[in-house]
Ligand binder design. Structure first.
Ligand code: UTP
Length: 413
């Protein structure tokens, strides 16, 4: 992508307008190349996100929440043949693509490498990327057709990700069907919304969350190419679930059959207060309530069968119809403000790596896209067969718990 050109005066004006003049504090000390890089970064940065720090403590306020029934396992089992045939046909017709969200920093796992490069093997090497590709290959074999795989990286991990996959020969995937694109970055700031500097010539940035994936895919021309190739559906999934079923024909078929704009794989929560977002209807549109927004009243609510009404948690595996994504591409999604440890330059220009959180990063989330759409099918899957997220090294949602689940599913590690 082309970088905008901006002169010093213009950059200073842009910064003054949003109270960020300190970004140019070291300008006179910089080399010509560094000056150029800083001006290009100022031109490309959207500083408007920083003003949302001030509103951080104002509750976002939700609409009227009512339950949204999920399609549950018995119904799926009964219609499995029909749905699978529909899904396989769509895949064979080249209408289904898969989008791997791999732009995150994986800070909780604590490795400097991209999360997909993490080796969960015990007696042999089994990388997270490898596990995902192996799962996708099951469907490729079943449909006898390659599925376009789009991989989103970020400025922080693009080189490492592309290099690693190439070095491993894409774990057997046909590289003609793999396309990379990069997500946008957002500035990171202190608690007053003043951006940190990472270097004298560089504003501190972090990936802007997984909610911008479609607009980034479009900016890179990858979405247009997919549409020109006849892709109509995109299955978006997280890098860290090593039991992730991708382009699952039965799921694809169920969403097509239901005439929905999207589908979301969901699992029954294991406890009412489990930390997953749950599906609901908000002001008549599909939506996801985050676990910390789930009031006691909603947690205890029951449906007509006496089961908990807000029972199905999302697992970051969604199917979107591209035609509907196009309609919402320009819309602004809510901004989530996350406290983080942000390395920065202090007043003396020395690099500091904080031990404790010292500011905010700004993210948009894919789950907020669901509320923009007219319909979404919550589709239940068996959690022990399809949900083994790796967020931490040990404990809940960890390398340890994912290894145990792989073992339970007969996957040799
Ligand atoms: P997480 O919410 O677990 O974030 O991402 P993370 O950055 O990977 O990990 P922590 O919180 O720092 O430990 C869920 C999915 O969304 C992707 C991740 O790569 C993962 O697949 N993601 C997240 C992006 O693609 N971009 C982002 O900016 C954030």
């Amino acid at each position: 992508m082309e970088e905008a050109v901006m002169g010093y005066e213009e950059a200073l004006k842009k910064l003054k307008d949003c109270g960020q003049e300190h970004v140019l504090n070291y300008y006179e000390e910089l080399s010509a190349k560094e000056k150029e890089m800083l001006l290009a970064q100022i031109a490309a940065t959207d500083f408007s996100v920083l003003s949302s720090c001030k509103e951080k403590n104002e509750a976002a306020g939700r609409g009227v929440i009512v339950p949204l029934a999920a399609m549950q396992l018995p119904e799926i089992e009964a219609k499995k043949e029909k749905f699978t045939a529909l899904g396989i046909k769509a895949i064979k017709d080249g209408k289904v693509g898969a989008v791997l969200l791999a732009g995150g920093m994986g800070t909780r796992l604590g490795s400097d490498d991209p999360k997909g490069m993490y080796n969960i093997g015990i007696t042999k090497d089994v990388y997270i990327f490898q596990r995902l590709i192996e799962n996708l290959m099951d469907v490729v074999r079943m449909a006898e057709s390659w599925i376009p795989l789009y991989i989103m990286t970020s400025d922080k991990n693009h080189e490492a990700t592309t290099g690693f996959l190439k070095e491993h020969n894409y774990f057997g995937y046909n590289s003609d069907y793999i396309t990379f694109f990069m997500q946008e970055m957002a500035p990171a700031s202190d608690y007053d919304g003043r951006v940190y500097m990472e270097e004298k010539w560089k504003i501190s940035t972090s990936p802007n969350g997984n909610g911008g994936w479609y607009s980034s895919m479009h900016k890179w021309g990858v979405a247009q190419k997919a549409m020109a190739d006849g892709v109509e559906w995109l299955n978006v999934f997280a890098v860290d679930n090593v039991l992730q079923r991708i382009a699952d024909p039965c799921f694809v078929g169920a969403v097509i059959d239901g005439g929905c704009a999207a589908g979301a794989k969901v699992v029954k929560k294991c406890t009412p207060d489990e930390k997953v977002g749950v599906m609901c209807l908000e002001d008549g549109r599909p939506s996801i309530i985050e676990y910390y927004e789930l009031t006691k009243e909603l947690m205890d609510a029951k449906d007509e069968n006496g089961d908990p009404a807000y029972y199905f948690g999302v697992i970051l595996n969604y199917l979107f119809r591209i035609a509907d994504l196009e309609k919402i591409r320009e819309r602004n999604l809510p901004l989530h403000i996350v406290e983080k440890k942000i390395p920065y330059l202090n007043e003396k220009g020395e690099k500091v790596k904080p031990e404790e959180p010292n500011g905010y990063k700004f993210e948009q989330l894919v789950l907020d896209m669901i509320h923009e759409l007219d319909s979404c099918l919550p589709y239940e899957v068996e959690r022990n067969k399809e949900f083994a997220p790796i967020k931490n090294k040990t404990g809940v949602d960890s390398v340890e718990s994912a290894r145990a689940l792989c073992k339970e599913n007969g996957i040799a590690l």
